[in-house]
Structure formats: structure tokens, C-alpha cells
Design a protein around this ligand. Structure first.
Ligand SMILES: [Zn+2]
Length: 285
């Protein structure tokens, strides 16, 4: 089983959102704790994926990228030396102008930026700035400080944290169960009740609840696609959703929850979000 960043991680959400909006950056610095290689492959998969929602994790490109065998996803690393050799950097500079083999894009994963000395970084900077449009670069580093300011200023920073998630909020458990019923009424009853509460729930609370529901739906989707064990923090509810909803409902629910959890962060009124959620759910039934 290929290691994946948790679908509910902030990184996975950021990658999916950027991919959906067609604004995946061609130069990313990936920092944080956890398996950065797995996180980088997930991001690389989003670049080469031919599915609709990238990374779909099931198309041939995604599979190869996740397994580390995609010919257009190149890991740049030297396990025998402290730093990358001059030849390795030179080879990269040449390789970048050879068009991708199978995918639309070519992705270079620089697995450990501590291996880049200043000269290497300046060469890479030039490639990042002037390289062909199909080339993308993922710089993995414990800390962005491993890279020169000139590179940092040209990259999007993504932080990966695979720390264990807190258990679901009680209101999220309740809403997940309402969705798992596969009917409209339990969901609208819950949402109307929430909207009528005094005092009105704060935007941050609703956002946290929807985010919990979303990560549960995302986990349920992964279970459906063959993940052997769910994350402990949302296992029971994810299993319930995976058991009771159809594939279309589950896929739709994951996408709708992701969208609305995000909208709560962007100054959209809580009542509007809850109403919109109920309407979308009705469409999925
Ligand atoms: Zn794919």
C-alpha cells in the first residue's frame, strides 16, 4: 500500500483546491513534519493526473506517481553524498528541456534541499524562472531556511503536518449521521436547528464542524477506494458513510463539504452556507 498524506490534512486540501481552480504552482516548497516524500508525490500526482478531480489517485498517472515510478516525476536526490554533485545538477538542467514522456507535465522532486549548495540553488533558480512551461518543481525541506531567499520568493510555500487529528466535534458526529441516513429530512432538521440556535453559532464553529464532516467524508471515500483502515479520529462515522451512501452521493458530499468548509472561512454568512449545503444535499439524493 502506497503511503499517502491523510486526505484530511491541510496539505491535501490545499493541493485539491488549487488543482480544482487550475492554479497549481509550478514551484513549491514543501516543509513540515511527516513523510515529505509521500506528500511531494501526492502533489506531483495532481500535476500529472488525467482524472477530473486531481489527484484522482486511481488513474495510471496518479498510481505511478504515488509509487515513485512515473517517468515524468523525477526524484532528485543523492543518497551517497552529502550534497548533490555538479553532474547531477547539470543533468537536471539538460533533462528539463526534454519534453515529458507520458504526462502533460514533468515534475522534479528535490527530496532534501539540504543537499543543495548555493551554486546548485542558483542554477535551479534559473530553471524555475526560465524553464519550459511543462516543468514543475517541488522542493522538500525541514525548514524553508534551507533555501535562498531568491528561491523562496518565487515559490509557493506548503506546510505538511501529518499529526494525528483530534476526535470529531459532537455536532459533526451528529451531522455525519444525518448524512449517513441518506435522506433529506435528518440533514435539514439538523441544519435548521443549528441556524435557530440562540446565540447563533459563530462562523468559526460552523467552519470547524464542516471541516470535521468533510474530513470524515474524504476518509469514507478513501475507504471505498480500498484504503484498509480509517483514521482513528473519525473511523466510526467514516465507515458508516462508506457503508450507507452510494458512490455518487459520497463523492458529491465530499466535494460539497470541502467547498462549504472553505466558504465559511471567506466571509460568507453562516445561514447562507447552511442553506446552500441543504440544497446541494437534496441534489445528491
Ligand atoms: Zn489521477
Amino acid at each position: 500500500m502506497v503511503q499517502l498524506p491523510a486526505e484530511n490534512s491541510i496539505l491535501a486540501a490545499a493541493v485539491r483546491r488549487a488543482a480544482d481552480e487550475h492554479r497549481l504552482s509550478h514551484a513549491v516548497i514543501l516543509t513540515g513534519r511527516g513523510d515529505l516524500t509521500a506528500a511531494a508525490r501526492f502533489l506531483a500526482a495532481a500535476h500529472v493526473c488525467e482524472g477530473e478531480h486531481k489527484p484522482c489517485l486511481i488513474c495510471r498517472h496518479c498510481r505511478k506517481a504515488l509509487e515513485g515510478v512515473h517517468p515524468d516525476v523525477i526524484s532528485v536526490q543523492d543518497t551517497e553524498h552529502k550534497e548533490l554533485t555538479v553532474e547531477a545538477v547539470r543533468a537536471l538542467r539538460k533533462d528539463v528541456y526534454i519534453r515529458p514522456n507520458e504526462a502533460e507535465r514533468k515534475v522534479y522532486i528535490i527530496a532534501d534541499c539540504r543537499q543543495l549548495n548555493e551554486r546548485d540553488q542558483n542554477v535551479l533558480l534559473k530553471i524555475v524562472e526560465e524553464g519550459p512551461p511543462y516543468a514543475a518543481f517541488i522542493f522538500c525541506a525541514d525548514s524553508p531556511a534551507a533555501l535562498l531567499e531568491t528561491i523562496r520568493s518565487r515559490c509557493v510555500m506548503l506546510k505538511y503536518d501529518d499529526g494525528a487529528e483530534a476526535p470529531l466535534r459532537p455536532d459533526a458526529v451528529e451531522l455525519c449521521r444525518a448524512f449517513a441516513a441518506g435522506r433529506l429530512l435528518p440533514v435539514t432538521a439538523f441544519l435548521v436547528g443549528l441556524d435557530a440556535k440562540k446565540p447563533v453559532p459563530k462562523r468559526e464553529e460552523v467552519s470547524a464542524m464542516l471541516r470535521d464532516c468533510w474530513r470524515t467524508a474524504a476518509e469514507a471515500l478513501l475507504l471505498r477506494r480500498g484504503k484498509p483502515r480509517p483514521e482513528p479520529s473519525c473511523a466510526e462515522e467514516a465507515r458508516r458513510l462508506a457503508d450507507r451512501l452510494t458512490d455518487r452521493q459520497l463523492t458529491g458530499l465530499e466535494s460539497v463539504l470541502r467547498q462549504y468548509a472553505g466558504e465559511c472561512d471567506y466571509n460568507v454568512g453562516v445561514g447562507h452556507v447552511l442553506g446552500g449545503l441543504a440544497a446541494k444535499w437534496e441534489e445528491l439524493l
